[in-house]
Write a protein that binds this ligand. Structure first.
Ligand code: NAD
Length: 463
C-alpha cells in the first residue's frame, strides 16, 4: 500500500496530468508505443527474480508458475504486440456500396484517451500488465490499480512500472476500496476491470455516470465433462494442470467441477488420486509445487464450502489443511448436492467436486441451467459430443481435451459472457479493446447523383 493518502483530489490531479500528456499526441506515435512495450520486456528481464520473490510472498506461488504463467506469458504478449503493431495500426480498407460510389472507405483505429486498469490478486503481474500492454499498444495513457491483496506484487509494480515506463503517461495507484473509489469518480475513456462480479457491478455503475465503456473480466463455475473413451491418464494430468497447477485452483479458468458418468466415476477418481499423489506426494501440504491460499478470508470461505452440512462425508480424497500456513490440499468430493454452496459459488481454490450422471448428455442441462462460465472443458474422442458441446454450451471460451491452455492462444479472444464478463482481450483483441474504430468515408466531387435531392418524385423513388 502507498504511504501517502490517495483521494479524490489526487485522482483529479493525476487525471489532469494524464489528459495533458495525451493531448500532446505523444502516446499516439508508433515509436512511443513500441518503446513502452520494450520497457515492459526489459523490466521483466531485469526484475524476474524480484517478481518471483513477490509472488512467493503473496501466494507461495511456485517459481515455475511465476516464470511461465506470469513473466513469460506477459513477455510473449509484449513481443507479439511489438511484432504486429504496425499492421494493427494500419487503417483497414473496406468496400463501399453502389449508393455511395464513387468512394472509398477505411476504418481507422484511434486511442480512446486515458484509461483505467483495475486488476486482481491471483495472477497479479499478468493481470495487471497484460491489459496495460493493450492500452499502450493502442496509444492510450493509462493508470493501473493493482490488487491490494497481493501486496508484495503491488508494491513491486509501484516501484518499477513508472521507473521503466514513461511516467507522464503510465501511472500506478496502490490501494484498496477508498483509493479505487476515488479513481472511479473520475471520467475515464475506458475502465478495464478484472475480479469478481459483485465489484464489477460497482465499477459498471461508476462508469455509467460518465458513459464510460467497460471491459469486465470475471469468473464463474467452469465445468469439465469427461467421457469414458479418453486417454484417461492424459486427461487427468491436464485437469490437474489447469486446477492445482494454476495457483492451486485460484485461477479464473480453473476447472470448478467435473461431470462424468456413474459408471466411469471410480476410474476417473482412482486416476486423479494416483496422479495427484505422483505430482504432490502423499503429504501435499508439504509440497513446494502448490500455491497457498491467498489470505485468511479466502481460506475461511473455502473451509465454509468444505464444512457445509450437505457436503459432509463427500470428500473422497484430500481434505487436509493448515490454517497457520494458509495451506490446503487438492481435494476431491463426490456427488455433493446441486444446491450446496460448493455447487453454487465459484470455488476459486483446491476443492473439486465430481458430479455423476447416468448419461453424459445430461451434462449439458447441468451446465446450461447455470450462469454462463468463463470457460468450459470437454474430454472426449467422440465427434458428435464435441459438436454438441460447441453448439450447446455458452461460455467465454471452450476447450476440448485440455484445460486452461486456451488462455495462451493469442489469436483467440479471452473474455467472458454475461455473468462471466464482457469484452475480451489478448493479442489483437487487446489492441481493439482500447481503440475506437473510426469510420472514414472518402467521396469526391465526381458523379453527383441528382436523385437524392428534392423535389422528391415517384420517378426518383423508382416507382
Ligand atoms: P480482488 O479482491 O483483488 O479485487 C479486484 C479489484 O477490485 C482489486 O483491485 C480491488 O482493489 C478492487 N475492489 C475490491 N472491492 C472494491 C470496491 N468495493 N470498489 C472498488 N474496487 C474494489 O480480486 P477478486 O475479486 O477476489 O478476484 C477473484 C475473482 O476474479 C474471481 O471471480 C475470478 O474468477 C475473477 N478473475 C477473473 C479473471 C479473468 O481474466 N476473467 C482473472 C482473474 C480473476
Amino acid at each position: 500500500m502507498g504511504t501517502t493518502r490517495f483521494g479524490g483530489e489526487e485522482a483529479a490531479t493525476m487525471m489532469a496530468e494524464l489528459r495533458g500528456t495525451f493531448s500532446t499526441g505523444k502516446t499516439r506515435s508508433y515509436e512511443w508505443r513500441v518503446a513502452q512495450l520494450r520497457s515492459i520486456v526489459k523490466m521483466l528481464d531485469e526484475r524476474e527474480g524480484e517478481i518471483v520473490e513477490a509472488l512467493r510472498s503473496d501466494l507461495n506461488k511456485p517459481e515455475f508458475e511465476s516464470v511461465v504463467y506470469e513473466v513469460a506469458m506477459l513477455k510473449s504478449s509484449c513481443k507479439g504486440a511489438i511484432k504486429e503493431l504496425k499492421q494493427w495500426m494500419k487503417p483497414e480498407n473496406v468496400k463501399t456500396p453502389i449508393l455511395a460510389l464513387p468512394s472509398s472507405a477505411e476504418i481507422v483505429a484511434e486511442p480512446l484517451g486515458v484509461v483505467l486498469v483495475i486488476s486482481a490478486w491471483n495472477y497479479p503481474i499478468l493481470l495487471s500488465l497484460d491489459p496495460v500492454v493493450g492500452a499502450i499498444a493502442a496509444g492510450n495513457a493509462v493508470v493501473l490499480k493493482p490488487s491490494e491483496i497481493s501486496r508484495a506484487t503491488s508494491s513491486l509494480l509501484a516501484k518499477y512500472v513508472e521507473q521503466y515506463m514513461d511516467s507522464s503517461a503510465v501511472r500506478i495507484v496502490e490501494g484498496a476500496i477508498p483509493e479505487t473509489s476515488a479513481l472511479l469518480e473520475q471520467k475515464w475513456d475506458k475502465i478495464f476491470y478484472t475480479g469478481n462480479s459483485k465489484v464489477a457491478r460497482i465499477v459498471m455503475t461508476a462508469a455509467a455516470k460518465h458513459l464510460t465503456p467497460v471491459a469486465l473480466e470475471l469468473g464463474g463455475k467452469s465445468p469439465v465433462i469427461v467421457d469414458s473413451d479418453v486417454n484417461l491418464k492424459i486427461a487427468v494430468r491436464r485437469i490437474i494442470a489447469g486446477k492445482w497447477g494454476c495457483n492451486n485452483g485460484q485461477a479464473c479458468i480453473s476447472p470448478d467441477y467435473v461431470i462424468t458418468t456413474k459408471d466411469f466415476a471410480s476410474n476417473l477418481i482412482d486416476t486423479l488420486k494416483q496422479e495427484l499423489e505422483r505430482f504432490y506426494g502423499a503429504e501435499p501440504l508439504k509440497s513446494n509445487d502448490l500455491s497457498r491460499i491467498v489470505n485468511s478470508n479466502h481460506f475461511d470461505r473455502l473451509m465454509k464450502l468444505l464444512n457445509e452440512d450437505k457436503v459432509g462425508g463427500k470428500v473422497v480424497y484430500g481434505g487436509q489443511f493448515d490454517k497457520s500456513q494458509l495451506k490446503m490440499a487438492p481435494t476431491l468430493l463426490l456427488d455433493v448436492p446441486q444446491d450446496s454452496l460448493i455447487m453454487s459459488e465459484e470455488i476459486f481454490g483446491p476443492l473439486l467436486p465430481l458430479v455423476t450422471v447416468e448419461q453424459l448428455h445430461e451434462s449439458f442441462d447441468i451446465i446450461t441451467r447455470r450462469p454462463k462460465p468463463l470457460a468450459a472443458y470437454l474430454f472426449t474422442n467422440r465427434k458428435s459430443l464435441k459438436d454438441k458441446f460447441v453448439r450447446t454450451v455458452s461460455a467465454g471460451g471452450l476447450l476440448i481435451n485440455d484445460t486452461a491452455i486456451h488462455l495462451a492462444v493469442q489469436t483467440l479472444p479471452f473474455g467472458g459472457v454475461e455473468e462471466s464478463g464482457m469484452g475480451s482481450y489478448h493479442g489483437k483483441f487487446s489492441f481493439d479493446a482500447f481503440s475506437h474504430k473510426k469510420a472514414v468515408l472518402y467521396r469526391s466531387f465526381i458523379g453527383d447523383a441528382a436523385v437524392r435531392y428534392p423535389p422528391y418524385t415517384r420517378t426518383k423513388m423508382g416507382l
